[in-house]
Design a protein around this ligand. Structure first.
Ligand code: CIR
Length: 256
């Protein structure tokens, strides 16, 4: 699997956050390095894009592109301060051989609102992703065989969930993780659907390769549930990205 990540700038302390808390930059970089190492351990071939001091949130590359079956849809981020992050991501993806597609104003979409489960793309209609962004997603990936299913995330935005994938993720094929009291887990057709515990809600956002998953450290019940269902588990610290409303999936684009 290919993995694209971006380094953390010193300006990460100024990342967009509804609840600004002091980010420890050396600790954030250490956690990021462990994340990258975890994905390499699982066989990921990692490309690192340089940090951009002018864009404090640039580590969150997931929001900048949807990458599937050799095609990359470069998004137009929902938060204006993040729109300048896209150029180097587009260039890196083009260099890796992907066919590039783009969306135009007034469309907005954050990759954190797009959950792929097999050939279905669930897309959150959120404070970041609008109808134009959803239409652009349909126009790009519909002809490539994907169904697009909008999900209203606005009510969950009010609960503090920024994106659709703040509440759920599908770190590897056949597995969906869901935060408690959010989405109906029954709506996802996957062999393994796990609703994580109340005190581990943030473990609903995970990444993985093959049959192994990276989850936030300190979530023993989620780790046990995954292991019980046959998945390998690597725990990584997420305290610093969480201060910026981020999670594990936000920090990479993973594609074959
Ligand atoms: C933002 O507000 O845009 C960033 N501080 C957090 C983005 C997190 N991205 C993601 O969940 N995909």
């Amino acid at each position: 699997m290919r993995v694209l990540v971006r380094s953390i700038p010193d300006s990460f302390v100024d990342a967009v956050s509804p609840d600004p808390r002091r980010i420890n930059i050396p600790k954030a970089r250490k956690q990021h390095a462990a994340y990258v190492k975890g994905l390499q351990t699982l066989g990921g071939e990692v490309t690192v894009v340089d940090a951009d001091e002018a864009h404090p949130d640039c580590v969150f590359v997931e929001d900048q592109a949807i990458v599937l079956t050799g095609h990359a849809l470069i998004t137009r981020a929902g938060h204006a301060s993040r729109r300048g992050e896209a150029g180097p991501i587009r260039d890196a993806l083009a260099t890796l051989g992907l066919t590039i597609h783009e969306m135009a104003e007034p469309a907005t979409l954050d990759g954190g609102d797009v959950l792929r489960v097999d050939k279905t793309l669930y897309v959150g209609r959120s404070g970041r992703t609008n109808s134009g962004g959803i239409l652009a997603l349909m126009q790009c990936f519909g002809p490539l065989g994907f169904g697009v299913v909008p999900v209203d995330v606005s009510v969950h935005n009010a609960q503090g969930y920024l994106h659709l994938k703040s509440m759920c993720s599908s770190p590897v094929d056949g597995l969906v993780l869901v935060a408690p009291d959010t989405l109906d887990p029954g709506r996802f057709e996957a062999t393994h659907v796990i609703v994580v515990g109340d005190d581990e809600a943030h473990a609903c956002n995970a990444v993985g390769i093959g049959r192994s998953v990276l989850i936030p450290g300190g979530c023993p019940n989620t780790a046990a549930a995954l292991k019980e269902q046959g998945f390998g588990v690597i725990e990584v610290g997420t305290s610093e990205v969480r201060k910026a409303d981020g999670a594990l999936s936000c920090c990479s684009l993973i594609f074959s």
